[in-house]
Design a protein around this ligand. Sequence first.
Ligand SMILES: [Zn+2]
Ligand SMILES: [Zn+2]
Length: 248
Amino acid sequence: MKLKVLGTQSPYNTKRHNCPGFLIQEGENLLMLDCGSGTHKMLRYPNDLQKLSVIISHLHRDHYNDIYNLQYASFVFHNQKRCNNAINIYVPKTPISINEDIKLESNSFAEYHDISENAKINIGNMEVTFCKTDHPVETYAIKVTSKGKNIVYTSDTSFSAKEKIIEFAKGADLLICEASLLEEYGFPEINSHLTARQAGIIAKEAKVKELMLTHLWPEENARKYVKEAKKEFKKVVLAKEGKNKKIH
Ligand SMILES: [Zn+2]
Ligand SMILES: [Zn+2]
């Protein structure tokens, strides 16, 4: 699998950073995990749309805003006969109003699927499974496995889901973990997001091979997240737009 980082920041995108998004390529297939503000401009049009599946981990704006750009682009390119394959879009069932808003978009060339904790999706050689996290809306951590290797993306979560996520991420080749917060600001241990140190604890206890931190605050010095996570786990990298990584 080849991973490309599309977006790393929340709650809004800036000139050099996008909201969360990751693109995994395996053979002919492209799988986009989350579709935050600004991520759509990292795709190549119309070619990438032909082989694209998008999984939205949860229906918070920083994770799905750009789905509307992809839908409209697919509609236009399909009308021009430059895109023959519908995008496959996977979304949580709730909040129902947003789920329906995406699915009822008429100017779109897409097929829609709901996701759930027990869902197992096969996209080419990739198998995708889910683990519900603890966050204010229905949210899933996502595991993508191919040829015995796997990438786990936590999406957004409270540390209260720690045990479930450790089990889900056990031995992962790469754990992409949200680290929205820094310990130095004195957040309570149980919040709707993780500190970088909590991300490090999850990586350590899950015995993953490498930890990639994402979902960072725009105004913060990014090196602080790495420093804090390294108190718990040594192999830490920062997600950065355009960064490519091979998992094999
Ligand atoms: Zn969220
Ligand atoms: Zn978020």
